[in-house]
Design a protein around this ligand. Structure first.
Ligand SMILES: O=P(O)(O)OC[C@H]1O[C@H](OP(=O)(O)OP(=O)(O)O)[C@H](O)[C@@H]1O
Ligand SMILES: Nc1ncnc2[nH]cnc12
Length: 194
């Protein structure tokens, strides 16, 4: 008898229309800077992408479509995540919530310490920023180790809300950031070649 699998593999929804063309266009505009901000890091600089309004608009529409609009709020991560997060919130017509680095937000906050590809940091959200039944799409520019997204997810959980998913323009090859976030869904437009 043929052995049957004991688990059903998770299905990944098909990419939204136009994803392949957008992937090629974004890949072309990312500037790779060796040994920044420290030796051994190949920094993926998305500044040229942010400077192109058409690419930002297409990224926002693609992120929204990738999650079928099934989220109530967008959580954008300081600082580079603010660019795409703001665009996604506007495209999807959903409220924007800011996850900021330590000490920047007034009032009571939820706080999470984390490590990233280079160094350590602390993220905060205001305690009244999310409602318990909110489905939250977390947006950033780059996914490396997943430390930043994991901390953002912990803040969403602290608020009693739910992570609808994580959306990012580029994932760093070989660091397996998405695996760290499982079983949450991660939409990454592209994976770096190096
Ligand atoms: O997956 P990880 O290893 O956690 O790394 C990813 C994070 O690193 C970068 O942010 P950074 O903290 O450098 O801040 P910035 O956006 O303020 O430049 C990037 O924008 C992500 O937020
Ligand atoms: N290699 C990298 N390039 C850009 N942002 C990052 N955040 C963490 N690692 C990064």
């Amino acid at each position: 008898m043929t052995p049957q699998p004991t688990t059903v593999p998770a299905t990944t929804p098909a990419d939204p229309p136009g994803t392949a063309a957008l992937r090629a266009a974004v890949r072309q505009r990312i500037r790779v800077v060796p040994d920044f901000p420290e030796p051994g890091i190949r920094f993926q600089d998305l500044t040229p992408v942010f400077g192109d309004p058409e690419l930002v608009r297409r990224l926002a529409v693609t992120f929204t479509a990738a999650f079928d609009g099934a989220f109530d709020r967008v959580l954008a991560i300081e600082a580079r995540g603010f660019v795409l997060g703001t665009a996604v919130a506007a495209a999807a017509d959903r409220p924007l919530v800011l996850a900021r680095k330590k000490g920047k937000l007034p009032g009571p906050v939820h706080r999470a310490d984390y490590a990233l590809e280079y160094g350590t940091a602390t993220l905060e959200i205001q305690r009244d920023a999310l409602a318990p039944d909110d489905r939250v799409l977390v947006v950033d520019d780059v996914l490396a180790t997943g430390g930043t997204f994991a901390a953002a997810g912990a803040l969403v959980a602290d608020a009693g809300a739910t992570v609808a998913g994580y959306a990012v323009a580029a994932s760093i090859a070989g660091l397996h950031g998405a695996a760290r976030l499982a079983p949450a869904r991660v939409f990454s437009l592209l994976t770096t070649a190096d």
